[in-house]
Ligand binder design. Structure first.
Ligand code: NAI
Length: 334
């Protein structure tokens, strides 16, 4: 069968890294009809908006998209196009695996965990305002719903079960935020009862950060609210080589967008030295999501083999390889 997938090459280093990923996916033999769509700065010149209706329609039609990083234009349009996309399609689950591969410099020998971040509510609900005519104070409202907590907890436990994971850690701040974080914790614990085969524990966010940087091996799947998830996703990326190797997916009821989690890196754009691994590993998440597990494993094995050799590592990983070298090494291993 042929999959029709929306492809957003993105801005800055986006087109370079997306190009690598497309070549690698195509080499696995999975048949994909890529439907190109624009978003970000590259959309503005053509459509006068960073998120054209054509792009939204394409994602809506195809249900699956692969996306390079998008520069958020300053002073016009959305606060963030990524946030706008998550809101538009109710992509409530942000999946951020962090696995350490042999050959990548790290403080640890082994890290293999997955963060499931609630993507639509919490402190990022967008409800904030100044108080008083002199703007002497400001409020940002945390919104936690039972519905939102329940579906993200179920997503995490379900993911654990389907992917042979053993434990889910619920991360919260219910000792202080007794209502909002308390509701999240209580709801997630209720959902845990439906999954007796998966161990469940909970940790307070501050302790969690300390535990993650001292002993990350103890964790398996972590589920948490929007802002805590945002912060610890980048923290764990730092444990496994940085944003250049961190894959991500935004998943909703029937639509999913797979993305490079790093930004458009304007400082290195066009130089051919960007690390394409983030979007390549996100492509593996996409193929798994489509049920194309053999193709995903082929890519993962090819990546593992390529990065064992230091000459294939890009600058962000302490090497000297350019984008073409690492891409060719992966291609030749498939
Ligand atoms: P950035 O992630 O683009 O860059 C931070 C640093 O990491 C830079 O030194 C960059 O060269 C390096 N870097 C990032 N990705 C790399 C890669 N694949 N290979 C090698 N080095 C890499 O973050 P920054 O500079 O804060 O943001 C630049 C633009 O990207 C902004 O407009 C921002 O809004 C946007 N952005 C978009 C994201 C997305 O679309 N998912 C996520 C983060 C930022």
């Amino acid at each position: 069968m042929t999959y029709k997938i929306t492809l957003m090459r993105g801005d800055g280093i986006g087109p370079e890294v997306v190009d690598s990923a497309v070549k690698i996916i195509d080499k696995t033999g999975v048949s994909i009809d890529w439907e190109e769509a624009h978003a970000g700065m590259n959309a503005i010149s053509k459509f006068s908006t960073p998120l054209p209706d054509e792009t939204i329609d394409s994602i809506q039609r195809n249900k699956i998209a692969l996306k390079g990083p998008l520069t958020t234009p300053i002073g016009i349009g959305f606060r963030s196009i990524n946030v706008a996309l998550r809101k538009e399609f109710d992509l409530y689950g942000n999946l951020r695996p962090a696995k350490l591969f042999s050959g990548i410099p790290s403080r640890f020998d082994e890290v293999d965990l997955v963060i499931v971040r609630e993507n639509t509510e919490g402190l990022y609900s967008g409800i904030e305002h100044y108080i008083g005519p002199d703007k002497s104070a400001a409020e940002s409202i945390v919104v936690i719903t039972k519905f939102g907590s329940e579906r993200i907890a179920r997503f995490a436990f379900d993911y654990a079960r389907k992917n042979g994971r053993k434990k889910v850690t619920i991360v919260h701040k219910a000792n202080i935020l007794k209502y909002s974080s308390g509701l999240f914790l209580q709801t997630a614990k209720e959902v845990a009862k439906e999954f007796p085969d998966i161990e469940c524990e909970d940790k307070i966010i501050d302790n969690m950060c300390m535990q993650l940087v001292t002993d990350p091996q103890q964790f398996d799947v972590i589920v948490t609210t929007n802002m805590f998830g945002d912060i610890i996703s980048d923290l764990v990326a730092g444990l496994v080589g940085g944003l250049g190797v961190a894959p991500g997916a935004n998943i909703g009821k029937d639509i999913a967008i797979f993305e490079a989690v790093h930004g458009s890196a304007p400082d290195i754009a066009g130089k051919g030295i960007a690390n394409p691994l983030s979007i390549i590993l996100s492509s593996c998440l996409m193929l798994n999501h489509l049920g194309e597990r053999t193709a995903a494993t082929k890519i993962l094995d090819a990546v593992k083999e390529a990065i064992k050799d230091k000459k294939n590592l890009t600058g962000d990983l302490g090497g000297k390889a350019n984008n073409k070298q690492i891409t060719d090494a992966i291609l030749s291993n498939i």
